[in-house]
Design a protein around this ligand. Structure first.
Ligand code: KG4
Ligand code: ZN
Length: 350
């Protein structure tokens, strides 16, 4: 049987991305244009600037993805675009573009939940069966879920305040490390002392799978304020970065340990498998922490390569393939969704 090819489009935050993926798991192209320069002067993503930049660049990025894949639109079997959640202006640009291509070429259109793109990315790289335990760690989310199937998610816990990526971004800003926060903090932490500052681990050793990061961020600010001098020295900043990152690692391990226990009880017949996904899962220290935990617990661990953890369109194309395999697609009347919880079918309304 001939492989199925899907064009994926991702525009929900500050990456303009397009990719062509085959259902035999080949990534024919995966183009990502980051809008770092546009947002750097503001120290964070400005929604209006992001939407305009997506509008300016998306057609060119799609053209590049199709050229690199070496196929024409007539060879495609569907067009998948992030339909939410995210910055609504950007999502609208991606959805409208995808609908137009789908209409012109008479192809199925698939509106993909961005979080589902992250959630299923491990199936693109490593083809695990369902169920698996998912740690979803990104700029706007921090959740633990049991993934029972495509579109079938059971939430075990989530953050009660800041998202984990947000904690990285705000802490990097506070330490004067620059933008984008996660990657610059990780780079700074490499040469810092992770044991110099004792920072709190909110909710540690408590039952459950919820997270909290706002107290940690505040503790970094207080630790910085207590240091002599009006400005942080570079040495202090990298030690604080390393201490913060080490603490986040401890928090993830503590919460994932509980989640693995609940997961094993709920799915006694499934071999324990933890999948991590989302931009923060690109962090090497956190990958190492999860790897050690899974080794101790005799659980398998899958974390896609860093370029498939941070936002990309290959994961959107793959989620589109999973939906097409299940025989589902979306109408051209689909309305972009700023909010779209992953476990919605289970009755969550938040
Ligand atoms: O999944 P993603 O690319 O976009 C969202 O869906 O939010 O995640 C972006 C988040 C940002 O907060 C960014 O700082 C963080 O992921 N991030 C990292 C690293 N790379 C990206 N955090 C820690 N270490 C990294 N290497
Ligand atoms: Zn994302």
């Amino acid at each position: 049987m001939l492989p199925m090819y899907i064009l994926g489009i991702e525009t929900s935050c500050d990456e303009t991305a397009a990719a062509v993926v085959a259902d035999d798991r080949r990534i024919l192209s995966n183009v990502v244009l980051s809008q770092l320069d546009e947002h750097r002067p503001y120290g964070g993503v400005v929604p209006e600037i992001a939407a305009r930049a997506h509008l300016d660049h998306l057609d060119g990025i799609i053209g590049q993805a199709m050229d690199e894949a070496g196929i024409g639109f007539d060879a495609l079997d569907g067009i998948a675009a992030t339909g939410g959640p995210g910055l609504i202006g950007g999502v609208m640009v991606g959805v409208m573009t995808a609908k137009a291509i789908a209409a012109v070429h008479s192809l199925p259109f698939l509106a993909i939940n961005h979080l589902e793109g992250h959630a299923l990315s491990a199936r693109l790289t490593d083809a695990p069966d369902f169920p698996y335990l998912l740690l979803l760690v990104s700029g706007g989310h921090c959740q633990l879920l049991a993934v029972e199937g495509v579109g079938d998610y059971v939430r075990l816990g989530g953050t009660i305040d800041d998202a984990i990526g947000e904690a990285f971004d705000k802490t990097a800003k506070l330490l004067g490390l620059g933008y984008p926060g996660g990657p610059v903090l990780e780079t700074a932490a490499v040469s810092g002392d992770p044991n110099r500052f004792a920072l709190p681990r909110p909710l540690a050793h408590r039952p459950g799978c919820d997270f909290s990061f706002s107290g940690l961020k505040t503790a970094v600010r207080h630790a910085a304020a207590k240091l002599p001098g009006k400005t942080l020295s570079p040495g202090d900043a990298i030690d604080l970065a390393a201490s913060f990152q080490a603490t986040v690692g401890d928090i993830l391990v503590d919460r994932c340990r509980n989640a693995l226990e609940s997961y094993v009880q709920a799915y006694p017949d499934a071999a324990p498998l933890l999948v991590a996904a989302g931009g923060v899962a690109a962090n090497q220290h956190l990958r190492n922490c999860l790897s050690e935990l899974c080794e101790n617990r005799q659980a398998r661990l899958i974390i896609p390569p860093p370029e498939l953890c941070t936002d990309n369109a290959a994961m959107i194309a793959w989620a589109g393939i999973e939906h097409l395999h299940n025989g589902t697609s979306d109408g051209l009347d689909f309305a972009p969704r700023p909010r779209w919880p992953l476990d919605e079918s289970r009755g969550t309304t938040a």
